[in-house]
Design a protein around this ligand. Structure first.
Ligand SMILES: Nc1ncnc2c1ncn2[C@@H]1O[C@H](COP(=O)(O)OP(=O)(O)OP(=O)(O)O)[C@@H](O)[C@H]1O
Length: 605
């Protein structure tokens, strides 16, 4: 390749600005953040030369009826020499804050060398007046950059203070961003925790932007706690149960976590308010806490995490991963300490956030040991904690799905049999893990068939009365692979109990899928069940139920057969079993038959 083959890339500035404003940044308002950040970095750079230097950022909004408003961002930072103006302001992607330019890049917020371009999202021209603090008698320099991709530089004849002033006027349609109140609001949003003094002046009024970070205080002090809770309500617009401090060495994070006052879905992720080196990074970050921490929202400041180029979230690296773990440990310590020292409070917290506590305990044996007795479970005898359940039962019986629980709950309750519904998220895992780590924890999956052992036997005469009916019912449901048995059980208002096992269940769901597939797919589904042992579900008809008794007394008839079919369909519906095509047909016929019977079986015409 010859030297003449080498060409320089050209940058189409307009396209780049569109890319930044529409795809990288969340909106044009971020120009305030980028200018604040440049001011803070410039002050930081000057303090490297003059450690005692007192930083100041002054934002002025000049409005008048005759002309466009102007924003002036002025800092007393390090400023720029003429060479630096060419090098850093006029070269996209060039930054004085990266490793090759400074020995302490970690001192600065910026790093990518694109932030200033965000001003072009609200303004067609950026005017910079700057004077460097490096060396005596540096002249003032003016730099004018335009969205058409051109810029000019000139030496100023008049004296200006050391530091930088940036002048912006709105491009058409962006006048809103130059309203004094809006500028003040944005400056407060992004910059209230920054160290240098920041003021916003307009129409003769000057407001100070800075505020004290609320978490650098003792959260055990009741008044501080009250103030912190009020701060949480203000920034997140919701109430909280509690607040506690967060800290992590990796990432250099400090802050506070707020415990939500209402339960949320497992796996939902709360938006957190996150600052990076005291500058607001995002109000919607999810990634700083572990997944199981969905019961808290936090406000934190990080000093050593890396921002993404949009400066609106953190770069996913090992430091962030360790930070997440450490902050998770803080949450964990908070829960453990409360469980050990304030059991009443912990009980109240668990009442709302048992799902989150289960999510933590499921992968953490120590927490599981400690929290297990407090954890609530739905059981056939009502919701109770594991401790209550164990007090009354030496064996922990459970069913692994809500559907199974729905089938057996009523009958089990009538028999005073306690069975846990472990169909909710984490429950099976928690119970199984407990049975592994606690030798006195006897866990048993409850088989609905066991209920039949508790049914009252029919008397000899009842046996005789029901024999024919049982045979007919059994034959009627044979085509649905369901055997029928007549028994007496409680509650008596329950006509039937449908019991199935894993094999029967599997065959049933395959047959249901076959209903909606054809040809080769249908055959493939059929193959799935080839090696599964054929298994029958069982429908127990309750002879203590008046309706079943009356059906039995109908004597062998079409009505009796239809009734059995309808009782079967009702049992499936109650158990939330999706109906197969043939069962839907049965349901339709049954309903139509019922209507026909209701209107007297006559033709209306
Ligand atoms: N107020 C200022 N005072 C002194 N130098 C400045 C000022 N604003 C910008 N600069 C110079 O211009 C360079 C480019 O600024 P720009 O905001 O585009 O990127 P950055 O701050 O370096 O990085 P980032 O894109 O991450 O914000 C800076 O690195 C700095 O050298």
């Amino acid at each position: 390749m010859t030297a003449s083959d080498q060409n320089r890339f050209q940058v189409e500035l307009r396209g780049l600005i569109d890319l930044l404003s529409q795809h990288l940044y969340s909106g044009p308002h971020v120009f305030v953040r980028e200018l604040l950040q440049n001011g803070v970095d410039a002050i930081q750079a000057r303090r490297q030369i003059e450690p005692q230097h007192e930083g100041l950022i002054e934002i002025e909004v000049i409005t008048s009826a005759e002309s466009d408003p102007t924003i002036i961002f002025q800092d007393n930072g390090v400023g720029l020499t003429e060479d630096e103006v060419h090098q850093f302001l006029a070269t996209i992607g060039q930054s004085s804050k990266r490793g090759e330019m400074t020995s302490r890049p970690e001192d600065f917020l910026g790093q990518f060398g694109i932030g200033l371009l965000s001003c072009f999202t609200v303004s067609d021209e950026i005017v910079v007046l700057t004077r460097s603090a490096k060396g005596d008698n540096q002249p003032g320099i003016e730099w004018r950059g335009s969205t058409d991709g051109t810029y000019s530089v000139r030496k100023l004849t008049q004296a200006i203070p050391v530091g930088t002033q940036i002048f912006l006027q709105p491009s058409t349609g962006y006048e809103d961003y130059f309203e004094p109140q809006k500028v003040l609001k944005l400056a407060r949003e992004y910059g209230s925790l920054l160290q240098p003094k920041i003021t916003v002046t307009s129409n003769g009024q000057t407001d100070v932007v800075n505020a004290k970070a609320p978490w650098h205080q003792d959260t055990t002090n009741p008044q501080v706690r009250e103030n912190l809770l009020a701060y949480g309500t203000e920034v997140f617009e919701r109430n909280f149960l509690d607040v506690f401090p967060l800290h992590s060495t990796s990432g250099g994070v400090t802050g506070v976590a707020y415990v939500l006052s209402e339960a949320v879905h497992a796996g939902s992720r709360q938006p957190h308010r996150v600052y990076l080196k005291d500058m607001l990074l995002s109000t919607k970050t999810h990634e700083v806490l572990p997944e199981w921490a969905f019961f808290v929202q936090c406000v934190v400041n990080a000093s050593q995490l890396r921002p993404t180029a949009s400066r609106e979230s953190f770069y996913e690296d090992t430091v962030l991963e360790r930070t997440r773990q450490e902050l998770g440990d803080c949450l964990r310590r908070y829960l453990v300490e409360m469980a050990q020292t304030q059991p009443r409070r912990f009980e109240q917290l668990i009442a709302v956030h048992h799902l989150a506590v289960k999510a933590l305990a499921v992968d953490d044996d120590e927490c599981l040991e400690l929290f297990a007795d407090w954890l609530p479970f739905q059981t056939s005898l009502g919701t109770m904690t594991l401790a209550e359940f164990r007090k009354q039962n030496s064996v922990i019986r459970y069913v692994p799905s809500c559907d199974q629980f729905r089938q057996i709950a009523q009958v089990a309750a009538s028999e005073s049999l306690a069975v846990i519904n472990a169909g909710y998220v984490y429950d099976v895992d928690i119970l199984t893990r407990l049975s592994m780590i606690r030798s006195d924890f006897k866990l048993e999956e409850f088989d609905a068939e066991q209920l039949s052992d508790r049914f009252e036997q029919l008397s000899q005469s009842e046996r005789e009365e029901t024999l024919e009916f049982e045979r007919l019912a059994d034959m009627t449901l044979q085509r649905f692979k369901c055997a029928v048995e007549i028994a007496k059980f409680l509650p008596s208002d329950l006509p039937s109990l449908y019991v199935t096992d894993a094999n029967a269940d599997f065959i049933r769901s395959v047959e249901q899928a076959q209903d909606v597939t054809e040809g080769v797919w249908n055959d493939m589904l059929g193959d799935l069940t080839r090696d599964v042992p054929s298994s029958y579900a069982r429908l127990y008809l309750n002879y203590s139920n008046p309706l079943i008794k009356r059906i039995c007394q109908l004597g062998q008839s079409d009505g009796q057969r239809r009734s059995v079919e309808m009782v079967y369909i009702q049992a499936l519906l109650l158990g939330h079993f999706p109906l197969k095509k043939s069962e839907v047909k049965l349901l339709n016929e049954g309903l139509l038959g019922l209507l026909d019977w209701a209107v007297g079986g006559q033709d209306n015409e």
